[in-house]
Write a protein that binds this ligand. Structure first.
Ligand SMILES: [Zn+2]
Ligand SMILES: [Zn+2]
Length: 300
């Protein structure tokens, strides 16, 4: 069976955590490597995750939040210096072109410094990007086929971040859905129906509330107030489990954890508490640099 797996680069959120960087994944289908988001620290996870930066020719963004994009310039330089000779194809919602243009403008001087220093060892096309903004689809809609893998976009509810996308990947008879950032929405449920794997963001509300109380006790009223805004556009763990059950997904992988927790220890158990009462399938909490295969779900 052909390789179809997801390498997790960052499984955290904007909140600093030593174990979990900002959001980023690489979807690997045979020889094809597609990056999905590139939040803070994600680029440095590529090599430890066993992914050569130059093997990535396509990058896709879910939305324009910093924790999904600010390592993109580092990734571009890694890709270039690992030997890329072709432009990176970039896809994402409205705003993606402006973001890429802005990062390339910030890098402009260093690009010329590196070229002056290394000459033709660095291919001029390896640092270029070709951007395509994907129109908002009314239902999951294919916008890309790469290396035999199909990629469909669907809109999710991350208001006021509009548009925000999730993606559905099909390869070798298997399907994986990446939720992007979202609260519970019908479009995610619909896109996840029958998927072999759902990679979903997840927020543990009681654990987040503990952080709010701790900030308030420490006199950090502004931060506590900002944290209190978080739940309105993310999905609580119990709703993730209900959605996975309703959609009949084969396996559930949690990433983009809010609040971020250590890789090991009692907080991992606390984070997923009660989810298996609502969804009987396998629930995995992803870790940075972990690679998880998309396996065909066994259904009765
Ligand atoms: Zn996010
Ligand atoms: Zn977001």
């Amino acid at each position: 069976m052909a390789t179809f797996e997801i390498a997790f680069l960052g499984t955290g959120s904007p909140l600093p955590n030593p174990d979990r960087c900002g959001a980023g994944q690489v979807v690997i289908a045979g020889d094809t490597h597609v990056m999905v988001d590139c939040g803070w620290g994600a680029a440095r996870r590529l090599v430890p995750a066993g992914v050569l930066p130059s093997s990535i020719d396509t990058a896709i963004f879910t939305h324009m939040h910093t924790d999904h994009m600010t390592d993109f310039p580092d990734f571009l330089f890694q890709r270039w210096t690992w030997g890329a000779t072709t432009p990176l194809r970039v896809y994402g919602p409205e705003g993606t072109a402006e973001m890429v243009e802005g990062f390339l403008l910030a890098l402009r001087r260093d690009i010329s410094f590196r070229q002056a220093h290394h000459g033709d060892k660095l291919h001029p096309d390896g640092i270029r990007c070709e951007v395509t903004e994907v129109p908002v689809p009314s239902r999951p809609e294919r916008f890309l086929t790469v290396g035999g893998m199909t990629v469909e976009a669907f809109e999710v509810d991350h208001f006021p971040v509009v548009p925000a996308f999730g993606y559905r990947f099909g390869f070798d008879g298997r399907t994986a859905v990446l939720s992007g950032d979202t609260s519970f929405c019908e479009s995610l449920l619909h896109a996840s129906e029958g998927a072999d794997m759902l990679v979903c963001e997840a927020m543990n509300v009681p654990m987040l509330q503990q952080r709010v109380l701790a900030l308030r006790a420490a006199g950090r009223e502004v931060q506590a107030g900002l944290f209190e805004d978080v739940p309105s556009y993310h999905i609580p763990t119990d709703e993730v489990a209900k959605l996975a059950k309703q959609a009949g997904v084969g396996e559930l992988v949690l990433s983009h954890l809010i609040p971020p927790i250590p890789n090991e220890g009692p907080q991992v158990e606390e984070f997923v508490r009660g989810m298996n009462d609502l969804y009987g399938g396998n629930i995995r909490v992803a870790k940075d640099t972990e690679r998880v295969p998309v396996t065909a779900a066994h259904r009765d």
